[in-house]
Design a protein around this ligand. Structure first.
Ligand code: PLP
Length: 393
């Protein structure tokens, strides 16, 4: 069969099974309200936790950097693409995260590719939570290490896997987990993981994409939240969520970062962040370092919304963070719900199989410090109205 006919057939199958993603277009900057496909809607689905994506201080820093450094890095970091501003960002991030050093790459996705295959080979074992993010899974696929998948957040299951691996003589054992899981908003059991890592002599790597700017003192992240910064060997960070910009980084001991500068393929073979992105991320890090105000606002909004939506009668699962899964369970009802939300002026994503198991469909609400109380009240009133229409509450 012709290649293009095959693609068309697969696209039709996606559409028929309700799995075709409708990619909407923003006609406004990121913020609490958006213009989406010509319609003004309340934004409940971005990762802009602190509202920094359109912050004037950060925009000014980006504009100044363009004037001083130009628009493009012109090379990969290891040849002629490391500017003073990249080093300043890495230094400032290391101070913020309270680690020896960091390495900034193009995205959080790339940060996982930059570490996992570089520090493991066929003599090693990787232990991964079954719900880890796609970028971790792909990083593991690039490694020759033996894989052990443990049940989500289940320390007994992790220990079973560590025991079964102890029959082989691995050089390294690496445990990898998301810090906060993006579909349910639940937090990894880091203290238990760290204990098992000590017992079985494993390294611990945490991807803190949804924890930074959210958990810990000044939003330092999940390791700080548990007071375990010293015990975590490798942290993956993103500059694309709470930091409001784009980019990713690896945080850890200086020798690890120096090693990755020699080996990590996204660092060696893809150009660095642009000067404006770098300056914007630097300003966002400084804003976080200086003040906890936005993080406090984020949590106030989160508690306000989550208390009220529970009182209305919704189940929001096991969330412990601003990620709020409003459980609808039924796939078809979830699509109807999401369409009605949009009609009523609310933009929130429907999350269905295969992103979550069948029968666990939900509307995922992402709370931001940028929302006002009126915004949240508006959302609550619409959720109540539609829930009653569809006989969910
Ligand atoms: C969003 C996310 C990433 C990807 O970060 P980007 O900077 O957008 O590439 C990586 N890991 C986890 C756990 C994430 O949630």
């Amino acid at each position: 069969m012709d290649f293009y006919l095959q693609l068309e057939k697969e696209m039709k199958e996606l559409k028929d099974s309700g799995l075709l993603v409708n990619i909407r277009t923003l006609e406004s900057p990121q913020g609490p309200w958006l213009v989406v496909d010509g319609k003004k809607v309340l934004n409940l689905c971005s990762n802009n936790y602190l509202g920094l994506a359109n912050d004037q201080r950060i925009k000014d820093a980006a504009i100044k950097a363009i004037q001083r450094w130009g628009v493009g890095p012109g090379a990969v970091r290891s040849i002629a693409g490391t500017m003073a501003i990249h080093k300043e960002l890495e230094q400032t991030l290391a101070e913020f995260k309270k680690v020896e050093a960091t390495l900034v790459v193009q995205s959080g996705f790339n940060a996982n590719q930059a570490v996992i295959p570089m520090i493991t080979n066929e003599n090693d074992a990787i232990f991964s939570d079954e719900l880890n993010h796609a970028s971790i899974i792909d990083g593991i696929r690039l490694s020759k290490a033996k894989r052990y998948i443990w049940e989500h957040k289940n320390l007994h299951s992790l220990e079973q896997q560590l025991i079964s691996a102890s029959h082989e003589n691995f050089r390294r054992k690496l445990i990898i987990t998301d810090g906060v899981f993006s579909m349910d908003g639940d937090i990894a059991p880091l203290p238990g993981i760290v204990n098992l890592a000590k017992k079985y002599e494993a390294l611990v790597m945490v991807d803190d994409a949804h924890g930074e700017g959210v958990l810990g003192e000044n939003g330092r992240g999940v390791a700080d939240h548990f007071n375990l910064t010293e015990e975590i060997d490798i942290e993956i960070g993103t500059l694309s969520k709470a930091f409001g910009v784009v980019g990713g980084f690896i945080a850890g001991k200086k020798v690890l970062i120096d090693y990755l500068k020699q080996k990590a393929r996204p660092f060696l073979f893809s150009s660095s962040l642009s000067p404006s992105e770098t300056a914007a991320a630097l300003e966002a890090t400084r804003i976080l370092s200086r003040s906890e105000e936005l993080v406090i606002k984020l949590w106030n909004n989160t508690h306000y919304f989550q208390d009220k939506i529970r009182k209305i009668g919704y189940d929001i699962g096991k969330t412990e963070t601003p990620i709020t899964p409003v459980m609808i369970y039924d796939e078809k009802k979830t699509w109807d719900f999401s369409a009605q939300l949009y009609e009523e002026g609310i933009f929130a994503s429907a999350i269905v199989f295969p992103t979550v198991p069948r029968g666990k469909a939900r509307i995922r609400v992402m709370i931001s410090a940028a929302h006002s109380k009126e915004d949240l009240d508006f959302a609550l009133s619409i959720f109540e109205k539609i829930g009653k229409n569809l006989n969910i509450i």
